[in-house]
Ligand binder design. Structure first.
Ligand SMILES: O=C(O)c1ccccc1N[C@@H]1O[C@H](COP(=O)(O)O)[C@@H](O)[C@H]1O
Length: 211
């Protein structure tokens, strides 16, 4: 049974649906270019809908210290997700600045990308193994694209990790079976259109991940 993170939540009813379905993490996207972006003020209104036992993850893309400080002053977050081109040194600096665990994304398209998981495993608290974004995409994640999961077969890293990238209720069980992922993260796979989550799709995803 894999743990589930539902990312890119923007409405209280979807936060509650994710938690009720059994998600262990909910994600708020602080990246203005995303169709799932929320402001700190909006996230502050969502946070009280997250029950105890469910972690509030703040997703940032190459944030500066001021952005992190401003969001954290308004929103009670449990984990910082860094989904940009942050270096290992920057990951360590964000941990020190915020005092929170940091989950660092690593985009994969082939075997040459795998060593980054070892490098970030030395500093990040968790790893998020995602699909490398297409070169012409405005979004470094949340594109609904999978990578070849066979890249991960038999591999282990220094830190707990999550699998992401193009997961849906239809493919998540197979992705977990193949990779042994202890946790999975989904955004566009539980949406009816970019940025619009759907409660039935959320429930179906969590059920499929728990098969
Ligand atoms: O969801 C977004 O809009 C987003 C924006 C910028 C960086 C990351 C983003 N989402 C993360 O991307 C992966 C995969 O998402 P998907 O399921 O393929 O849509 C996931 O970790 C999200 O947290």
């Amino acid at each position: 049974m894999a743990q589930v993170k539902i990312c890119g939540l923007r409405r209280p009813e979807h936060v509650e649906a994710a938690a009720a379905a059994g998600a262990r993490y909910v994600g708020f996207v602080f990246f203005p270019k995303s169709p799932r972006a929320v402001s700190a003020e909006e996230a502050a209104l969502l946070a009280p809908h997250v029950p105890v036992g469910v972690a509030r993850v703040g997703l940032f893309v190459d944030p500066d210290d001021e952005t992190l400080g401003s969001v954290l002053a308004q929103v009670p977050l449990d984990i910082i997700q860094l989904h940009g081109s942050e270096t290992p040194d920057r990951v360590a600096a964000v941990k020190a600045l915020t005092g929170l665990p940091v989950m660092k994304s690593v985009g994969l398209s082939g075997p040459a990308d795998l060593p980054a998981l070892t490098d970030y495993g030395l500093v990040a608290d968790m790893l998020l193994v995602d699909t490398k974004p297409p070169k012409d995409s405005d979004l470094p994640g949340g594109n609904g694209l999978s990578f070849d999961w066979r890249l991960l077969v038999g591999r282990q890293w220094l830190r707990p990790w999550m699998l992401a990238g193009g997961l849906t209720a239809q493919n998540v069980a197979e992705a977990i079976r193949l990779t042994g992922a202890p946790a999975v993260d989904v955004s566009s796979g539980v949406e009816v259109e970019p940025g619009e989550k759907d409660e039935a799709l959320i429930r179906a995803f969590v059920a499929a991940a728990n098969q």
